[in-house]
Design a binder for this molecule. Structure first.
Ligand code: BGC
Length: 740
C-alpha cells in the first residue's frame, strides 16, 4: 500500500512539474509575442489542396505563415506537404510550429466502418483500436490533430451526419466517445503515434429541426443536459485536447457565439483546459444567423463566448486587433486563447521538434502495415447487423455450388469507404476489398460465383432486370447488394426520403419471384426505410459502409467465419412519419398499448407506433438463453450498491457474442422519467453449450438525473430494472427501492 502511495505521489509530482514547465514555457513564448502574432495563433486556414467547405482564396498563405499570422492548417496531408509548410513556419520570427488538423473520421489510409456502424459493435476495445490505428497512420502522415470523435446524439435519420456519430443514446454514446478519445490520443499526447482528438460539434448539432443539416435547434435545458451533453462531458473526462463548436443556433443563440455552452459549461463547470476551434466559417456565419451585423461583431461575439481558434472565416484575422485596441476585447482573453493553443503545441512536442511527425520512412511503414487491415476486417465484421435470418438461411456453406451475387454495390471499391474517406496523394483504391472479391476469395474451388448488376443505385432503368433474373435462376442462392450511394449520407446530405433509392427494391421483388432464397446486403450511412425488403427477403445483413476491408468482413459473416453480434445503436423507423423515434421516450399521460386502439391515446391512426427495428436489436447465428436474474438486495440506501447477476448460456450451435443490456426506469420522479434508459451493457463471448454469469453494479450514479433545477442526483423511490437482448426484448424485469 505504501509503495502504491509513494508511486502515486511521484506520478502526481512529475505531472505537476511537467505542467509547470510547460506553463512556464508557454508564458515565456507569450511574452515575446506581438498582438498580431497572438491573433495569428488563433487562425486556422484550409490548405489550397482540398476543401471540406466553402473556400476563401488568398494567395499569400505562405507569407502569412512566414509573418507568424497563422496557427494551424487543415486538409494538409502527407509528410512532404506538412514538412514544406512547417519549414515556412520555421522562417517566422518566433518559429512557432503550425498544427495540422484533418478530418480523420473513420480511418486515414486504412478505412474503418463509418462511426455509426462501429457503434453497432458495442465493442469498446475494438472501437478504441480502430481510433488508435487511425491515429497511428495519420500521425505518420504528418497530422497532429483529428476533428473527431463526432459525439453528437442523433435521433433523426434524415440528417446525413447521423453516420458520423454513435447513435441515439447518451450512455452508449458516452462510452464510445471515451473509447475514441483514448484511441486517438493514446497513452499520452506527444507520443509520436498520438493525435489530438476533438469533440464535436458543441452542441446539440444532431437535433437540427427536420433533420436538415445546419438547421436551428430548439431544446429544453433538461434535454440538453440529459441527452446531448453527456458524450461531450465523457470526452472531457477522458482528457480530450480540443473541442469544435457547431453551426447551429440553439434556442436562438449560435453555438459559436454561445457563452453558456463554451464559457459557463465547458470551460467553467467542466474545467476544460484545451482549446475550442470554430466549425468551418461558423464565426462569419453568425451574420447569416442574424445575431450580429458584420464580421467585427461576429469576431467579438465568438471570442467573448470562448471560441479560441477561427477555422477559415478570417474574422479574427480581420477584426481582433481593432477589437483589442478599442478595448472591446481584453488582452487577457486573447492571452487565454493563445495560451490554450500554445500549450497543446508544447504537449505535442512541436516546439522541441517541429518535424517530429514528418518522417517519410515511418509514413511508408505505417501506411503499409498489414496488421491494420486485419484489425479493420475484424471491426467491420463486428459492425454488421443481422436483421433477419428466416429458416437459418445464413450462414452459407462454402461448398454452395452456385451463388449469384447481384446488385449495384457488388463491384465498386470506393463506395465501401463511406463519406469521410481520405484520398491520399499517390495512393489508389486497389487496396480496398470489394464485396465481390471478398466473397470470391472465400468460396471453395468447387463453387461458382455469378454476377449481374441488375440496376443502378438511382434511376428508373430496369434494363438489367432480365439478366439478373436469368443469373439468379442458375444459382442455388442469391446475394443482393443494394442501398444508398456512400455520399448520400454525410455532411450536407440530409434527405427527406430515406427509402431505398431507385428501382432496387423492385429488383429484389423480381429476384424473389424466381423462388430462389435471396440474402440482402443493405449498404447505407443511415437507417433506411425498407419495409418491402424487411417483410419479404428471408435474410438481411445491414452492412452500412464497412471500409477498406468491407468485402472480406461481409464474406466472413456470410459464410460463418464470424457469427454476427452487432446490435443497433439507433432506432430504425418503419416510416418517415415516425421520426423522431427513440426508445427512451416518456410514457405520456395517454400511452398507447398497441396499434389497434386509437381511443384518445398517443398513437397514429394511420401508422404503427412501433419501430421497424428497435434500439439494441440484432440477431446471431446462435441463440442465447438468459436465466437466474439475481439482485443482491431489493432496497438500497444512498451511497450503497446493488449487485445484479444474470446467467447467459449459448444454446445454439455456433460460438458467438451476446450484448447483454441493462435498462432502468425511475417509476416516479419529481419530473417525468423515460420508460427505460440504458445504464450498462456487457458483451460476452460463449462457445456452444457454454454459459457465464455476469455482474452489473447499480449505484447512485446510475439512478441519478437532472431535476427541474438541473441538479444531478437520485431520488428515493421505486425503480424497475430490465435485462434484455434489446430495448424491446427484455428477458427479466425486477423492482427495487432506493431509500433515503
Ligand atoms: C464540418 C466539421 C469538419 C470541418 C473541417 C465542417 O464543415 O462540420 O465536422 O471537421 O468542416 O473539415
Amino acid at each position: 500500500m505504501r509503495k502504491i502511495l509513494c508511486l502515486w505521489f511521484v506520478i502526481v509530482f512529475i505531472t505537476i512539474a511537467q505542467n509547470k514547465s510547460i506553463n512556464q514555457r508557454v508564458d515565456s513564448v507569450l511574452q515575446l509575442m506581438t498582438l498580431e502574432e497572438k491573433i495569428g495563433q488563433m487562425n486556422q486556414y484550409n490548405d489550397d489542396w482540398k476543401a471540406t467547405g466553402p473556400v476563401t482564396v488568398d494567395n499569400d498563405k505562405a507569407s502569412q505563415v512566414r509573418n507568424g499570422q497563422l496557427g494551424s492548417l487543415l486538409n494538409c496531408l502527407g509528410t512532404e506537404r506538412t514538412r514544406s509548410w512547417q519549414t515556412i513556419a520555421m522562417q517566422s520570427r518566433l518559429k512557432i510550429p503550425l498544427l495540422f488538423g484533418q478530418d480523420v473520421i473513420h480511418g486515414y489510409k486504412t478505412t474503418f466502418p463509418i462511426p455509426l456502424a462501429e457503434a453497432c459493435s458495442w465493442d469498446l476495445e475494438a472501437i478504441e483500436l480502430s481510433a488508435r490505428i487511425a491515429a497511428t497512420e495519420a500521425s505518420a502522415g504528418g497530422i497532429h490533430w483529428t476533428f473527431a470523435p463526432m459525439v453528437d446524439i442523433a435521433r433523426d435519420p434524415r440528417w446525413g451526419r447521423v453516420m458520423e456519430g454513435a447513435g441515439e443514446d447518451p450512455y452508449l454514446g458516452s462510452m464510445i466517445a471515451t473509447a475514441r478519445v483514448r484511441g486517438f490520443q493514446g497513452k499520452t499526447l506527444g507520443a509520436v503515434n498520438s493525435v489530438m482528438a476533438c469533440a464535436k460539434h458543441f452542441a446539440a448539432y444532431g437535433a437540427a429541426i427536420g433533420g436538415r443539416d445546419y438547421n436551428s435547434v430548439d431544446m429544453s435545458d433538461r434535454l440538453l443536459w440529459e441527452v446531448y451533453l453527456p458524450p461531450f462531458k465523457a470526452a472531457v473526462d477522458a482528457g480530450i485536447a480540443t473541442f469544435m463548436n457547431s453551426f447551429n443556433d440553439i434556442n436562438g443563440v449560435p453555438a459559436t457565439g454561445n457563452s453558456y455552452l463554451q464559457r459557463d459549461i465547458l470551460k467553467g463547470a467542466w474545467k476544460f483546459e484545451g482549446f475550442v476551434v470554430s466549425d468551418w466559417g461558423s464565426i462569419g456565419e453568425m451574420i447569416n444567423h442574424g445575431n450580429v451585423k458584420n464580421g467585427y461583431e461576429a469576431a467579438l461575439s465568438a471570442v467573448t463566448a470562448g471560441s479560441d481558434m477561427d477555422m477559415e472565416s478570417r474574422n479574427y484575422k480581420n477584426h481582433l486587433t481593432q477589437l483589442v485596441t478599442a478595448k472591446k476585447v481584453p488582452m487577457t482573453l486573447i492571452d487565454d486563447a493563445v495560451r490554450r493553443i500554445l500549450r497543446k503545441k508544447f504537449e505535442l512536442g512541436l516546439f522541441d521538434d517541429p518535424f517530429k511527425y514528418c518522417n517519410a520512412e515511418r509514413e511508408q511503414q505505417e501506411l503499409n502495415n498489414p496488421d491494420h487491415a486485419n484489425s479493420a476486417r475484424e471491426i467491420a465484421a463486428k459492425s454488421i447487423v443481422l436483421l433477419k435470418n428466416d429458416n437459418h438461411l445464413l450462414p452459407l456453406s462454402k461448398k454452395t455450388k452456385t451463388i449469384a451475387f447481384i446488385g449495384p454495390l457488388v463491384m465498386p471499391l470506393k463506395q465501401n469507404k463511406g463519406f469521410w474517406d481520405i484520398e491520399l496523394p499517390g495512393v489508389d483504391s486497389n487496396f480496398i476489398v470489394s464485396q465481390w472479391e471478398g466473397v470470391k476469395n472465400k468460396i471453395g474451388a468447387g463453387s461458382t460465383l455469378l454476377y449481374a448488376k441488375g440496376c443502378e443505385i438511382e434511376g428508373n432503368n430496369k434494363e438489367g432486370f432480365p439478366e439478373a433474373v436469368k443469373t439468379a435462376a442458375k444459382a442455388d442462392v442469391v446475394i443482393l447488394s443494394i442501398g444508398e450511394r456512400r455520399d448520400m449520407s454525410g455532411e450536407a446530405k440530409s434527405r427527406s426520403d430515406i427509402s431505398i433509392p431507385g428501382v432496387q427494391e423492385e429488383l429484389l421483388q423480381a429476384l424473389l419471384a424466381t423462388g430462389k432464397p435471396v440474402i440482402v446486403l443493405m449498404n447505407a450511412g443511415r437507417p433506411l426505410v425498407f419495409n418491402y425488403t424487411a417483410d419479404n427477403a428471408p435474410a438481411i445483413l445491414y452492412t452500412w459502409w464497412l471500409g477498406s476491408e468491407a468485402g472480406n468482413a461481409i464474406a466472413d459473416v456470410l459464410f460463418g467465419d464470424y457469427t454476427p453480434s452487432a446490435k443497433l445503436p439507433i432506432t430504425f423507423p418503419r416510416s418517415i412519419g415516425q421520426i423522431p423515434i427513440y426508445y427512451s421516450h416518456f410514457n405520456t399521460g395517454r400511452p398507447a398499448h398497441n396499434d389497434n386502439n386509437h381511443n384518445y391515446n398517443s398513437s397514429y391512426t394511420d401508422l404503427s407506433i412501433y419501430p421497424k427495428y428497435e434500439f439494441g436489436y440484432g440477431l446471431s447465428y446462435t441463440t442465447f438463453q438468459y436465466s437466474n436474474l439475481h439482485l443482491s438486495k431489493k432496497t438500497m440506501a444512498r451511497n450503497d450498491t446493488i449487485e445484479v447477476s444474470v446467467t447467459i448460456a449459448n444454446t445454439g450451435t455456433y460460438a458467438g457474442e451476446e450484448i447483454v443490456q441493462l435498462y432502468l426506469r425511475d417509476k416516479v420522479g419529481s419530473i417525468v422519467r423515460p420508460v427505460k434508459e440504458l445504464k450498462d451493457f456487457k458483451k460476452i463471448k460463449l462457445l456452444p453449450g457454454e454459459s457465464n454469469t455476469i455482474q452489473f453494479i447499480i449505484d447512485d450514479e446510475k439512478l441519478s438525473f437532472y431535476n427541474q433545477q438541473l441538479h444531478w442526483g437520485a431520488e428515493p423511490g421505486d425503480f424497475d430494472i430490465m435485462i434484455g437482448a434489446s430495448s424491446e426484448d427484455i428477458r427479466f424485469q425486477e423492482s427495487f427501492e432506493l431509500i433515503q
